[in-house]
Structure formats: C-alpha cells, structure tokens
Design a protein around this ligand. Structure first.
Ligand code: F6P
Length: 531
C-alpha cells in the first residue's frame, strides 16, 4: 500500500529538518476556522502524506458515509439504529428524518421543557417539599449519562450560577454516601439519567437516594424532587417520578454522544439554558464545518487521518490529550468513553476479524500538571505518543500573569517535543555551566532529547459554551471518520455486556450460601471474599 511505503521513507525524516527545508510548512499545515486555529505542522508528515491520507478517505468513501450519518440512515447496524446526536443541535427549521419522521420538532420541544424547568429551578420558583428553593442538584447516572454532564459542568464552572451540582455514578456506596453528607433533602433536586433505565449502578444509587430522602419526606414528595431522563418511560413511572418531570431521549442517540439532549439537564441547571444553547450552537457550527468543508481543510477529517497515520503506520498505540485549562480537567476522561467505547472493536462491518489496529488508547491530564507527572516519558521514553495540545488565547479571569505562564508552557512543550535537543546543544550548555569534559561525556546521553514527537496544537480564542460545544463535536466527528476508515461499527458497545452479565451471577454467589461453578481462580477469590 502506498501509505506503508511512504511511511518507510518518512520515518527517516526529522521534524526539525522538515521545518528547515520548508519555510512555508506552518502555513501549509494549519487550519483557521472561526475561533479555532489547528496547527498540525508538528507532525511527521509531508504534503505527500496528506495527499495519500486524503486519497484513503476517498477510497473508503467517507463522503458517502457522512451523508448516511447526517441523513439518519441506520448506521448502527448491530443495534438497528440511526446515529443522530447531530439532530440534537439541529436548527429549528432543519429536517432530519428517522423512519420518515422529522425528529427536529420533538428535539426542540424537549429543549423547551429543559428551558422552563431549569429556569424555574434556578429562579427558585419551583420549590422543595418544605417550600424552600433548591440549592443543590445531584445527577445520578454512569458512562454517557455522567461523563458528558460532569465534564461540561466542570468545564463551564466559570459560567455557573448558585446551584451546586453533584454527580453520583459509581456503584461503590462510598460515592453516594459522601454526596449525601453534603446535601439537604429539603433543597436538593435529583436527576436520574439512564438511557435504558436498567443500569445497575444508576438504579442502585437512585434507590439508595430515594430511601434516604424518604427518611425526611413522604412518598408524594418524590414527585417534586426526582426527575428522570430516559428512553424507558415505563420504568420511570415505576420509580414514582411525576409525568411533568420526565425528559425523554431517543434510541438514535448513543449514551456517549448524549450530553446535547436532556442528558445535559444538569448542565442547563448549572449554567442556565442560554449557555446550554450556546453549547449546542458551537456543536452545530462544527457539524456544518465538517459537512461542508473540503477534506483538506476539514478539522475532524485531518485529525482523524493523522491519528490513523500514527496508529496504523507508525504503530503508536496511545494518544494523549492535554488541555492547558484546569476547567477541562475531565476532558480526557470524557473522551476515553467517546473514543474507546466507540472504536475499541476488532471485528469489521462484515463480521470478520480485522487484520489491523483500530481504536487508540486515550489518556491525559491538564497541563501544566501533566508536565510534572508523565511528560518525562513523552519526551525521552521509548514510545511514540502523538498528543493534542488544547489551549486558549484569553484567560477567563483576565489574569495575564498566570495565563502567560500557562501558555508559555503550552508553546514550549510542543516546540521541545518537536525539536528535541541535539548532543552539540547539550555539550555547549554544559560547557557554559563549567562542567569538565569527563562530566560532560557522562551526562550527555541523558540530557539529549531526540525530539520528532508529533503534536497537534488546538488554539482557541476563549473557553466559552460555544467553543466548548465545537471542541466536543470536533472529537465526535473524528471518532466517526476513524470508524469509517477502519470499517468498524463505532456506535455499538457489545464489549461492555459480558462483565455486566457475569456480575449479575456473581452477585447471586455473594448473596447466597452456594458459589456457582466458576474457574478455580474466581471461585477461590469468592471464597476469600465471603469467609
Ligand atoms: O444511560 P444508561 O442506559 O444507564 O447507560 C450508561 C452507560 O452504559 C453503557 O451502555 C455501557 O457502559 C454506556 O454506553 C452508557 O453510556
């Protein structure tokens, strides 16, 4: 394949040389779009690489797949569903059909419900069972019903109102009990979020909270303090939630892409509905950019192709995502589900084992903390770790002193990763510090930086609800493009089922005297646990 042969050649090149030999490189390999600058020039690529990768996008018929994705075709074939998180941010006059029905009016109707509900809670018009306004919100959900809301409410903390928002996700009782310590039943609203309303963790946490609540309130008060977001309206009723407190969602929205729906209710409660709609608008703008822009200037397409380049041709297994913003401290955790649950597949669309690498391992922490934690390995370790650096031009607090220092680190790291430090530079530096020759010869190999480490720099004007929406949508579309290239189904998640099933059986073993047949190791461990 042309790309494999090309990789053999490009492997010999160093980013330093590539910059030295082409003064136009930074201009050539960057995309400016609205408040975003995406500089991908610090990658091990030439114009030929990009041409070959764009050719690959054509060969896999990416354009046609995009039309199916946005058009509501059943592209989640193993679950028989369309994949339409993009419809959740569609403008009122757009038409997006599922089974011949335009779903946009319904989406906007739920949006209106989110608006009135959140505004009444924020304004203190809707009150708790003793007539006091709400002060706290607890989001009860897991996976996509938790990670998106928690990431966005943290990311938009600067924009938040007086409501304190808490998240309970883990079935580990420590999580729920710690949250219960900090809330008052009279003034807390509980938002139970579960697309299926059958998830063990969420139902257990919701029931524990309901039991706790009923120590202070009567059963009819549940209707005022609990709201639910789900596709499973029957189960919600059984739980005792009032009809007006039910926010529907749809099976054509995957959990990990659902924060744009009523799953984002805790976001709207935390930052207000206007900010929530700004988030959607940012995502819509990115959708349009993705749909309408030539692939050579298309941010999600270029980022996806670069990721494929390292994953499939350089053998890189992981990608680091490093936001230089403390507000984005849950961003990589959020993308871990988005990317790894979507593209962690080893069977292609015809049911055959793939003979190539698929989904990348995603990890990361905010800069500058990450520099003091794991950057040693990125700079001088043996592994190739392509990294996305995300930073903002303006500081929200207007603190230029801190922001300049933060951003100096942001730029310095990608420059250092790219250039490295050659032996001559190290020698000169040590000589200047009056080291003798023997000391220099000893220290030199440890102080050399090979460089040539690829990074993308995503520089955004300011962290706002709108730019955040666009940033999240950018990664959503990157996931989609990669799924098309790898010919896998990105929108199911069968791989999470087996563990769930076994846990059900093991719970029986734990709660009953008998331990069912297991492998010798599991059985022995269960005996230790029960003794
Ligand atoms: O919203 P639900 O149905 O409770 O599911 C929670 C999460 O569980 C999964 O199905 C599997 O982890 C995710 O895809 C989903 O986001």
């Amino acid at each position: 394949m042309a790309l494999a042969a090309h990789q053999k050649e490009s492997e010999k090149l160093h980013l330093r040389q590539l910059f030295e030999s082409d003064p136009d490189r930074a201009r050539k390999f960057h995309i400016q779009w609205r408040d975003f600058v995406v500089d991908y020039s610090k990658n091990r690529i030439t114009s030929e690489t990009i041409d070959l990768l764009l050719q690959l996008a054509d060969e896999v018929r990416l354009k046609e797949s995009m039309a199916s994705y946005f058009g509501g075709d059943v592209i989640n074939e193993t679950e028989g569903r369309a994949v339409l998180h993009t419809a959740l941010r569609a403008a009122k006059d757009e038409v997006v059909k599922v089974d011949g029905e335009n779903v946009v009016p319904e989406v906007h109707q739920v949006g209106e419900h989110i608006k009135t509900f959140s505004e009444e809670i924020i304004a203190g018009k809707k009150k708790g069972f003793t007539g006091k306004p709400f002060t706290d919100v607890v989001n009860i959900g897991i996976g996509g019903s938790d990670l998106g809301p928690v990431m966005v409410t943290e990311a938009l903390e600067y924009y938040k109102n007086h409501l304190r928002v808490h998240f309970v996700s883990n079935v580990d009782g420590d999580h729920v009990h710690e949250v219960l310590k900090h809330i008052d039943p009279e003034t807390t609203l509980f938002v139970v979020v579960s697309k299926s309303f059958t998830t063990q963790e969420t139902l257990s946490n919701a029931l524990t909270i309901k039991r706790w609540f009923l120590q202070y309130a009567s059963p009819e008060d549940v209707a005022h303090h609990f709201v639910a977001v789900s596709t499973n309206l029957e189960k919600i009723k059984e739980f005792g939630i009032a009809d007006e407190n039910v926010f529907p969602m749809w099976d054509w929205v995957g959990g990990r892409f659902s924060l744009w729906s009523a799953v984002g209710l805790s976001i709207a409660l935390s930052v207000g509905y206007d900010n929530f709609t700004q988030l959607l608008e940012g995502a819509r703008e990115m959708d349009n950019h993705f749909k309408e822009t030539d692939f050579s200037e298309n941010i999600p397409v270029i980022l996806a192709l670069l990721s494929v380049w390292y994953n499939n041709f350089y053998g890189a297994e992981t990608e680091a995502i490093i936001p230089y913003s403390q507000y984005l401290h849950r961003f990589s955790a959020y993308l871990q589900q988005g990317i790894m649950e979507s593209n962690g597949k080893s069977v292609d669309r015809s049911g055959e084992q793939v003979g190539y690498q698929t989904g990348t391992i995603i990890w990361g922490e905010p800069g500058t903390n990450s520099q003091h934690a794991f950057f040693q390995l990125i700079h001088q370790g043996t592994k190739l770790i392509p990294s996305d650096f995300i930073g903002f031009k303006e500081s929200l607090h207007g603190d230029t002193d801190h922001h300049n220092k933060l951003m100096a680190n942001f730029f310095a790291q990608t420059e250092a990763l790219m250039n490295g430090k050659i032996p001559e530079e190290v020698r000169q530096e040590l000589e200047n510090q009056d080291y003798n020759n023997e000391e220099i010869d000893f220290l030199l190999p440890f102080k050399v930086f090979e460089g040539n480490k690829p990074t993308n720099t995503i520089l955004i004007k300011k962290l706002t609800p709108k730019t955040l929406g666009a940033l999240i949508a950018m990664y959503e579309h990157k996931i989609f493009v990669q799924g098309v290239i790898w010919n896998i189904f990105s929108f199911d998640q069968w791989g999470v089922e087996l563990g769930k099933q076994l846990a059900k059986n093991i719970l029986q073993d734990i709660e009953n005297p008998q331990i069912g047949p297991h492998d010798a190791s599991t059985e022995q461990l269960l005996r230790f646990f029960k003794d």
